[in-house]
Design a protein around this ligand. Structure first.
Ligand code: ZN
Length: 238
């Protein structure tokens, strides 16, 4: 299994690595900075450099418990390479991902609810769905205003690890039933901790300080049913 360096340092933009497995145009590296996708955050794209050539990484695939980098043309096993992710895009994903956690944290704090049931991050917007019957456009606007206060406060965002036993004792750590099942299958649970606001089991990439998120605007609110409200947001400069 490759070392997944983005888990502990999402700010790594480039690294040297080695191809340990090659199948057609897909390769596994001994370590990687490419996020494979999941939890609403898209997979990274980027470039692998070797012997003066640049090969595009078009996407990522998870299979066999490994993460494969899907290349525009094949590379051989054993090759030493230099890797770079498309950082500008990834950084936007990180900002959006943290923004979603801030909104969720505000909802739990202010309304005792924040039952986000899923979301999707894009380069220029993100959407989150909530199982929260009382949520309407006005309340969504209020929550975004409070989330912006959190952005301005500059709270630190830290990655922590808990044992499974510790994790199962934390209320609301996994917000969904599949999330709880997942925790039960792990030895070590990765937590994204927004200082004093939100503490969630999560596998994605986040900024280190809420200030980096930038101003959040409500792009849309959709009432898709009493247990299905959708909020769409846009961040400054995206
Ligand atoms: Zn997340």
């Amino acid at each position: 299994m490759a070392q997944l360096l983005y888990l502990d340092d999402p700010y790594l933009k480039e690294i040297d690595a080695q191809i340990v497995r090659a199948e057609g145009n897909k390769v596994v590296l001994d370590k990687t900075i490419f996020y494979p996708g999941g939890g609403g955050q898209p997979a990274d794209t980027g470039t692998i450099f070797f012997e003066g050539k640049a090969v595009k990484v078009l996407g990522m695939e998870k299979s066999d418990g490994e993460v494969f980098h899907v290349l525009e043309s094949p590379l051989k096993e054993g090759t030493s390479v230099h890797c770079a992710i498309d950082w500008e895009k990834r950084y936007k994903y990180m900002r959006y991902h943290t923004a979603i956690h801030i909104i969720d944290g505000v909802m739990v704090k202010e309304h005792g609810a924040g039952l986000s049931t899923g979301g999707q991050i894009f380069e220029d917007r993100a959407r989150v769905d909530f199982d929260m019957p009382q949520l309407n456009r006005q309340l969504a606007e209020e929550i975004i205003a409070k989330a912006n206060k959190v952005v301005e406060q500059g709270l630190s965002v830290k990655i922590r690890y808990l044992t499974k036993e510790e994790a199962l004792k934390v209320e609301n750590l996994a917000r969904t039933e599949p999330g709880r099942k997942l925790i039960e299958s792990l030895d070590r649970v990765r937590i994204v901790d927004i200082e004093g606001l939100d503490f969630q089991a999560d596998g994605g990439c986040h900024v280190a300080n809420t200030k980096e998120v930038g101003k959040i605007s409500l792009l849309g609110f959709e009432n898709k049913g009493s247990h299905h409200k959708r909020i769409e947001i846009k961040l400054e400069g995206t």
